[in-house]
Design a protein around this ligand. Structure first.
Ligand code: HAM
Length: 413
């Protein structure tokens, strides 16, 4: 037997149902908020991720699936969606009219070579949104609340949005410098990863899972002291807008995110009880330019779909969707009628099943237990143009004209 690869999962049964429910809700909300769907390739040039997500991030330095294709090109399976979508925006010149905001949403599998553990897969699914060509803080608020409202619609209520600002480019770089100054004398107390980060990606020291509880962290410089006046005002405005939109948020000054392209707001949707990060995002005003496009500000987020599925399955009853009708048949003649009636009912939006496995009457009754109605076929009645309909709850039976069966069923379902 050949088994699935470590860190990959087959999604079926309850999980499959919830997966589809999530994509249904995301489609509906994307439409309400006026987003268009985009699909980009599953693999891209390796260089794209080095120049966007960042060379020194954990994702690019340790987790990407890189390979050379048969034409000796350096290829990477996408570890996230933002870089590919930004590339597509530039390549297809989706920014045609400079007054339009471009609102895109997407879903798809992503690949990160992580140590598999709960909530960390090597293949996982993201749904996300990206908005280009608006630097308005109102759009930050709209994007954050869109994610929050999707969670609400999915019945995930135990969530707060953790928000922080990295400020503009200058605030961010001043802050980064002061962090390096501060942590350098303590370098021997830091974990091996942070000892490297101090040279490569100092901001990431702040959300180190290993060192976070140490006293030196509590006294580390705070971003607030390095924000320009504009960045500070922008963040205050965002807060008042999130209040108007009824988003439950908390300010978390240690939130920096694991990707290099952010400035201004960064945020994560985190469950209160179990402390799971369901999704995250932020503003990235310089990525389009960095990848060779025009100066176009942007903001977006992505959810991890498997994490949403787990959250829903652990906390909600998943309802089994009942069959409307099961059509019982035994011999060839009855089967022909069953096939024809099933098509007639299904084309009338009636959820129908047939005996596709040569089952005995007894087994069919068992299988049909979750159907609201049974249609029982027998040759004698069929010769008179009739079929029997049984209400599975009351066990009452009536004979109905076969030619009028769809209308009849529509009337009682
Ligand atoms: P990210 O925080 O790297 O952001 O990923 C977003 C979400 O994907 C995470 O919060 C998590 O739910 C899920 N996720 C990440 N890695 C894994 C994994 N190994 N297994 C299962 N789930 C995982 C981004 O990817 C950014 N592109 C988000 C963004 C969009 N920023 C701006 N626009």
């Amino acid at each position: 037997m050949i088994n699935r690869q470590k860190g990959t999962y087959d999604i079926y049964g309850k999980e499959g149902k919830v997966l589809k429910q999530i994509s249904y809700v995301v489609d509906a909300y994307a439409s309400l908020y006026n987003y268009d769907y985009i699909r980009t390739p599953l693999f891209e040039a390796t260089e794209l991720y080095h120049r966007s997500v960042g060379e020194n991030t954990d994702i690019v330095s340790k987790e990407t699936y890189d390979f050379k294709d048969r034409g000796e090109r350096n290829i990477t399976l996408r570890p996230e969606g933002t870089a590919g979508i930004t590339r597509a925006l530039i390549e297809n010149k989706l920014y045609g009219n400079r007054n339009d905001t471009i609102k895109l949403y997407y879903d798809g599998t992503m690949y990160r070579y992580e140590r598999p553990q709960s909530g960390r897969n090597r293949e996982f699914t993201q749904v996300g949104v990206e908005v280009f060509n608006s630097d308005d803080v109102m759009i930050d608020a709209e994007v954050i609340s869109l994610g929050f409202n999707i969670l609400r619609e999915l019945g995930i209520n135990d969530v707060e949005v953790h928000i922080n600002t990295l400020g503009d480019k200058e605030s961010r770089s001043n802050y980064t410098e002061s962090l390096v100054e501060y942590f350098k004398p303590h370098i021997n107390n830091l974990c091996p990863d942070c000892q490297k980060r101090i040279n490569t990606n100092p901001l990431r020291i702040l959300d180190c899972k290993v060192d976070r509880e140490m006293d030196i962290f509590k006294n580390a410089p705070k971003i607030n002291d390095y924000l320009s006046k504009d960045s500070m005002e922008r963040f205050k405005k965002l807060e008042s807008m999130l209040k108007i939109l009824d988003v439950d948020y908390v300010i978390d000054n240690n939130l920096v995110r694991g990707l290099d392209y952010y400035d201004h707001v960064v945020f994560e949707y985190i469950t209160n009880y179990s402390n799971v990060t369901l999704g995250g995002g932020g503003r990235y005003n310089h990525l389009v330019e960095q990848l060779g496009g025009p100066e176009l500000p942007a903001v977006g987020f992505a959810f991890g779909v498997e994490r949403l599925i787990n959250e829903i399955i652990n906390n909600q009853e998943i309802e089994e969707q009942k069959l409307d009708v099961y059509i019982m048949s035994i011999n060839e003649e009855e089967k022909m009628h069953a096939l024809e009636i099933s098509q007639n009912l299904r084309l009338n939006d009636i959820k129908t099943e047939i005996n596709g496995n040569n089952l005995s009457m007894k087994s069919q009754f068992k299988i049909a237990d979750n159907a609201k109605f049974l249609i029982i076929l027998n040759s004698e009645e069929l010769n008179k143009g009739l079929v029997k309909v049984r209400d599975n709850a009351t066990k009452e039976e009536v004979s109905v004209d076969e030619s009028e069966i769809a209308e009849y069923m529509l009337g009682i379902i």
